[in-house]
Design a protein around this ligand. Sequence first.
Ligand code: HEM
Length: 412
Amino acid sequence: MTTTVDLTDLDMWARGAPYREFARLRREAPVAWFGEAPPHSGFWSVHGYSDIITASRDVATFSSARGISFEEPTDEDMAARRTIIDTDPPVHTKLRKIVSGSFTQRAVAVYQHFVEGLTEEVLDTGLASGAFDFVDAVAKEVPIRVLARIMGLPGDDLDTFIDLGDRLIANTDPEITDVVWGRDDTDAYRRYPFRSPYGKQLWDLGRDIVAERLRSPGDDLLSTLLRAEVDGDRLTETDLDNFFSILVIAGNETTRIAIAQGVLAFCEHPEQWDRLRADPGLLDTATEEVLRWTCPTHFMRRTATADTELGGAHIRAGDKVLLWYVSGNRDSGGFDDPEAFDIARSPNRHLSFGRGGPHLCLGAHVARLEVRIVLAALARRVAGFELAGPPRRIRSNFTNGLRELPVRARPA
Ligand code: HEM
């Protein structure tokens, strides 16, 4: 098959995710090889629902230890910036054990009232009478405050966290960061998160907060990390830097995207908004459908540790393998009528948090709680959304982020 689409063409992604191309790839080349210009190696691209789950499960063959992005980091780079998401068992199992107790459904339920109160406050000021940017006024305000509460981050720094997180996750968008991966020489930053100087700034900010927490420990997640031991040893400064950065980055932007892209989906499918308002019993399935449809993280990368076969393709040890959750979420092999945005969809075993493997999103219950509470509050207050201008997407094939979503919200 000729691969007519270039999945590394970020200007294409800035216009919209290539759903039609993915549909064609799922039919014609469920696991396909794509070349890349040197110094990049090229990659296997996995498009189908079940192949993605197979690879996620088989962590011995499909390793996370080379990182989860398109980059080609050296061993030294990885050693400096490896977070939990870049580890394989047994190291992964030990790190996950430290934090998993704080993210169970029961542990997270404690935040329900806090998130409800916060959401009402944000909507009181955010929902304007005329046209407004939903990303700026609402979507970006909730996740960072929830994260601050869980991690014990100081309120004064929240805008800085948002800004640094944006510059990292959107490290390919020149309108968001001045150090652009793939355009600029980023060699000097290769040991920092996202190969960016802003990764270092995030670590530095984290170190100040950790120092403060060492002086006065609390019952927040950072204090848990400071108390934690792995095989009898405390976490090193590098471990703490990297735990801090992944929690801030993974917990903030992703949830913001689900909320903003979810509202965009309702602008485009107003009958589904009417349906949700008429039947709040649909909130749980609507939340899952928003997560499937919006797929905030488009892919995760793995690296083959041995020659293997997946979806008819012969993968060699050392090859880079991209698992496109954004494609699997629209696969008829995983969902009935996948191109329909259906808020009553059930079952809905989407891939937006990963599926089948040990890296399944740690914050899935937090994200679900936030999306459900924001949807519920909006459904009470807003009779209908309509676009007030074109949405502006982030130039990235990794995140499904929106920079701007101009809307009008008709009061209920
Ligand atoms: C809608 C929101 C979110 C989405 C779509 C999302 C998506 C993901 C995905 C796709 C993975 C990798 C799964 C895999 O490779 O199998 C992941 C891992 C992770 N997520 Fe989330 N995430 C979200 C919210 C959160 C939140 C709120 C937090 C923290 C408060 C969080 C923390 C993490 C962490 C720490 C990992 C790494 C887990 C590991 O390696 O064991 N995420 N997430």
